[in-house]
Design a protein around this ligand. Sequence first.
Ligand code: PCA
Length: 217
Amino acid sequence: MTKPLRVLLTGFDPFGGESLNPSWEAVRRLHGHILRGHTVVAAQLPTCFGKSRARLQTLLKRQAPQLVVCVGQAGGRSRISLERVAINVDDARIPDNDGRQPVDRPIVRGGPAAYFSTLPIKAQLQALQQAGIPAEISQTAGTFVCNHVFYGLMHALRDSPQVRGGFVHIPFLPQQAVAHAGAPSLALETIVTGLATLIDRALARRRDMKVQAGATH
Ligand code: PCA
Protein backbone atom coordinates (compact mmCIF):
# COMPACT_ATOMS: atom_id res chain seq x y z
CA MET A 1 0.00 0.00 0.00
CA THR A 2 1.35 3.43 -0.83
CA LYS A 3 1.63 5.99 1.93
CA PRO A 4 -1.17 8.57 1.98
CA LEU A 5 0.09 12.01 1.00
CA ARG A 6 -0.80 14.62 3.57
CA VAL A 7 -0.28 18.26 4.41
CA LEU A 8 -0.69 19.14 8.07
CA LEU A 9 -2.00 22.67 8.52
CA THR A 10 -2.45 24.04 12.03
CA GLY A 11 -4.13 27.14 13.48
CA PHE A 12 -4.62 28.37 17.06
CA ASP A 13 -7.59 29.01 19.31
CA PRO A 14 -8.40 32.65 20.20
CA PHE A 15 -6.17 34.42 22.73
CA GLY A 16 -5.52 37.88 24.16
CA GLY A 17 -9.20 38.78 24.48
CA GLU A 18 -10.11 38.08 20.84
CA SER A 19 -13.26 36.08 20.11
CA LEU A 20 -11.71 34.30 17.12
CA ASN A 21 -8.31 33.46 15.74
CA PRO A 22 -7.96 34.07 11.99
CA SER A 23 -5.41 31.25 11.76
CA TRP A 24 -7.99 28.65 12.77
CA GLU A 25 -10.73 30.29 10.69
CA ALA A 26 -8.47 30.09 7.63
CA VAL A 27 -6.95 26.63 8.04
CA ARG A 28 -10.24 24.92 8.80
CA ARG A 29 -11.57 26.06 5.45
CA LEU A 30 -8.83 24.08 3.71
CA HIS A 31 -9.46 20.86 5.68
CA GLY A 32 -10.05 17.97 3.30
CA HIS A 33 -8.93 19.87 0.20
CA ILE A 34 -6.63 17.97 -2.14
CA LEU A 35 -3.60 19.96 -3.27
CA ARG A 36 -1.23 18.30 -5.78
CA GLY A 37 -2.46 14.90 -4.62
CA HIS A 38 -2.00 15.70 -0.93
CA THR A 39 -4.96 15.80 1.46
CA VAL A 40 -4.96 18.80 3.77
CA VAL A 41 -5.52 17.92 7.43
CA ALA A 42 -6.35 21.02 9.48
CA ALA A 43 -5.97 20.90 13.25
CA GLN A 44 -6.28 23.39 16.08
CA LEU A 45 -3.52 23.96 18.62
CA PRO A 46 -4.16 25.58 22.02
CA THR A 47 -2.46 28.95 22.57
CA CYS A 48 -0.55 27.45 25.48
CA PHE A 49 3.14 26.84 26.02
CA GLY A 50 3.92 23.14 26.29
CA LYS A 51 0.44 21.83 25.41
CA SER A 52 0.58 23.26 21.88
CA ARG A 53 3.89 21.52 21.20
CA ALA A 54 2.69 18.23 22.67
CA ARG A 55 -0.44 18.34 20.48
CA LEU A 56 1.70 19.05 17.42
CA GLN A 57 3.96 16.05 18.20
CA THR A 58 0.91 13.79 18.40
CA LEU A 59 -0.37 15.11 15.07
CA LEU A 60 3.01 14.57 13.41
CA LYS A 61 3.04 10.96 14.57
CA ARG A 62 -0.57 10.25 13.69
CA GLN A 63 -0.68 11.97 10.28
CA ALA A 64 2.91 11.41 9.08
CA PRO A 65 2.58 14.43 6.74
CA GLN A 66 4.96 15.29 3.88
CA LEU A 67 4.54 19.01 4.54
CA VAL A 68 3.67 20.95 7.70
CA VAL A 69 2.58 24.58 7.79
CA CYS A 70 1.72 26.09 11.17
CA VAL A 71 -0.23 29.34 11.07
CA GLY A 72 -0.81 32.00 13.72
CA GLN A 73 -2.29 35.46 14.17
CA ALA A 74 0.05 38.45 14.23
CA GLY A 75 -2.21 41.40 15.01
CA GLY A 76 -0.68 44.62 13.67
CA ARG A 77 1.02 43.02 10.67
CA SER A 78 -0.41 43.91 7.28
CA ARG A 79 0.82 41.00 5.15
CA ILE A 80 1.06 37.25 5.13
CA SER A 81 4.43 36.75 6.85
CA LEU A 82 6.60 33.82 5.85
CA GLU A 83 8.73 33.22 8.92
CA ARG A 84 12.41 32.49 8.29
CA VAL A 85 13.64 31.45 11.73
CA ALA A 86 12.50 29.96 15.05
CA ILE A 87 14.56 30.75 18.18
CA ASN A 88 15.05 28.68 21.32
CA VAL A 89 13.36 30.98 23.81
CA ASP A 90 9.98 31.48 25.45
CA ASP A 91 9.51 35.07 26.60
CA ALA A 92 5.86 36.02 26.99
CA ARG A 93 4.60 39.59 27.21
CA ILE A 94 1.09 38.34 28.08
CA PRO A 95 -0.10 35.11 29.73
CA ASP A 96 -1.05 32.18 27.46
CA ASN A 97 -4.51 30.60 27.61
CA ASP A 98 -3.47 28.59 30.68
CA GLY A 99 -2.25 31.73 32.47
CA ARG A 100 1.41 30.77 32.03
CA GLN A 101 3.92 33.48 31.23
CA PRO A 102 7.47 32.12 30.90
CA VAL A 103 10.31 34.64 30.77
CA ASP A 104 13.66 33.99 29.07
CA ARG A 105 13.21 30.23 29.17
CA PRO A 106 14.69 27.81 26.60
CA ILE A 107 12.15 25.72 24.69
CA VAL A 108 14.56 22.79 24.42
CA ARG A 109 17.28 22.82 27.06
CA GLY A 110 20.62 22.42 25.27
CA GLY A 111 18.93 22.67 21.86
CA PRO A 112 20.34 24.78 19.03
CA ALA A 113 19.79 28.55 19.34
CA ALA A 114 17.65 28.54 16.19
CA TYR A 115 16.22 26.54 13.32
CA PHE A 116 15.48 27.84 9.83
CA SER A 117 12.17 27.14 8.11
CA THR A 118 12.53 24.43 5.47
CA LEU A 119 9.72 25.93 3.38
CA PRO A 120 10.80 27.53 0.10
CA ILE A 121 9.96 30.99 1.47
CA LYS A 122 11.37 33.04 -1.42
CA ALA A 123 9.51 30.98 -4.03
CA GLN A 124 6.35 31.22 -1.91
CA LEU A 125 6.75 34.99 -1.61
CA GLN A 126 6.95 35.25 -5.37
CA ALA A 127 3.91 33.02 -5.88
CA LEU A 128 1.86 35.08 -3.41
CA GLN A 129 2.89 38.35 -5.05
CA GLN A 130 2.03 36.97 -8.48
CA ALA A 131 -1.41 36.05 -7.13
CA GLY A 132 -1.85 39.66 -5.96
CA ILE A 133 -1.68 38.79 -2.25
CA PRO A 134 0.34 41.03 0.10
CA ALA A 135 3.17 38.96 1.59
CA GLU A 136 6.61 39.37 3.13
CA ILE A 137 9.50 37.43 4.61
CA SER A 138 9.66 37.91 8.38
CA GLN A 139 12.88 37.58 10.35
CA THR A 140 11.18 36.91 13.68
CA ALA A 141 8.17 34.91 14.79
CA GLY A 142 8.38 36.61 18.20
CA THR A 143 8.90 34.75 21.48
CA PHE A 144 5.30 33.78 22.33
CA VAL A 145 3.44 30.54 21.57
CA CYS A 146 3.84 30.79 17.77
CA ASN A 147 7.64 30.78 17.97
CA HIS A 148 7.37 28.00 20.59
CA VAL A 149 5.39 25.81 18.16
CA PHE A 150 7.61 26.74 15.21
CA TYR A 151 10.77 25.80 17.14
CA GLY A 152 9.10 22.60 18.39
CA LEU A 153 8.15 21.71 14.83
CA MET A 154 11.61 22.22 13.40
CA HIS A 155 13.16 20.34 16.33
CA ALA A 156 10.79 17.43 15.72
CA LEU A 157 11.64 17.42 12.00
CA ARG A 158 15.41 17.79 12.48
CA ASP A 159 16.09 14.20 11.40
CA SER A 160 13.42 14.10 8.67
CA PRO A 161 14.83 16.23 5.84
CA GLN A 162 12.21 14.84 3.44
CA VAL A 163 9.44 16.54 5.45
CA ARG A 164 9.27 20.28 4.94
CA GLY A 165 7.94 22.54 7.63
CA GLY A 166 7.60 26.14 8.66
CA PHE A 167 5.47 28.90 10.07
CA VAL A 168 3.26 31.62 8.63
CA HIS A 169 1.83 34.60 10.50
CA ILE A 170 -1.33 36.29 9.25
CA PRO A 171 -2.96 39.66 10.02
CA PHE A 172 -6.26 40.29 11.82
CA LEU A 173 -9.52 39.74 9.95
CA PRO A 174 -11.47 42.97 9.19
CA GLN A 175 -14.01 42.26 11.97
CA GLN A 176 -11.16 42.11 14.53
CA ALA A 177 -9.60 45.34 13.25
CA VAL A 178 -12.83 47.18 14.11
CA ALA A 179 -11.76 47.04 17.77
CA HIS A 180 -8.13 48.00 17.04
CA ALA A 181 -8.00 51.49 15.54
CA GLY A 182 -5.35 51.72 12.84
CA ALA A 183 -4.64 47.97 12.75
CA PRO A 184 -4.39 46.49 9.26
CA SER A 185 -6.42 43.44 8.23
CA LEU A 186 -6.85 40.96 5.39
CA ALA A 187 -10.08 39.35 4.23
CA LEU A 188 -10.52 35.69 5.13
CA GLU A 189 -10.84 34.64 1.46
CA THR A 190 -7.52 36.36 0.69
CA ILE A 191 -5.80 34.53 3.54
CA VAL A 192 -7.30 31.16 2.53
CA THR A 193 -6.21 31.67 -1.10
CA GLY A 194 -2.79 32.76 0.17
CA LEU A 195 -2.35 29.61 2.25
CA ALA A 196 -3.44 27.38 -0.64
CA THR A 197 -0.99 29.23 -2.90
CA LEU A 198 1.98 28.84 -0.59
CA ILE A 199 1.20 25.16 0.05
CA ASP A 200 0.95 24.56 -3.69
CA ARG A 201 4.36 26.19 -4.16
CA ALA A 202 5.96 24.04 -1.45
CA LEU A 203 4.49 20.85 -2.94
CA ALA A 204 5.72 21.82 -6.39
CA ARG A 205 9.19 22.23 -4.92
CA ARG A 206 8.99 18.78 -3.30
CA ARG A 207 8.52 17.30 -6.75
CA ASP A 208 11.47 19.31 -8.08
CA MET A 209 13.58 17.97 -5.22
CA LYS A 210 12.59 14.40 -6.03
CA VAL A 211 13.33 14.80 -9.72
CA GLN A 212 16.72 16.28 -8.85
CA ALA A 213 17.47 13.52 -6.37
CA GLY A 214 16.43 10.91 -8.92
CA ALA A 215 18.72 12.45 -11.55
CA THR A 216 21.80 12.06 -9.37
CA HIS A 217 21.34 8.32 -8.84
N1 PCA B 1 -0.48 34.01 17.61
C1 PCA B 1 0.38 34.00 18.79
C2 PCA B 1 0.13 32.66 19.42
C3 PCA B 1 -1.15 32.15 18.86
C4 PCA B 1 -1.39 33.01 17.67
O1 PCA B 1 -2.28 32.83 16.84
C5 PCA B 1 1.84 34.31 18.47
O2 PCA B 1 2.11 35.05 17.50
O3 PCA B 1 2.72 33.86 19.19
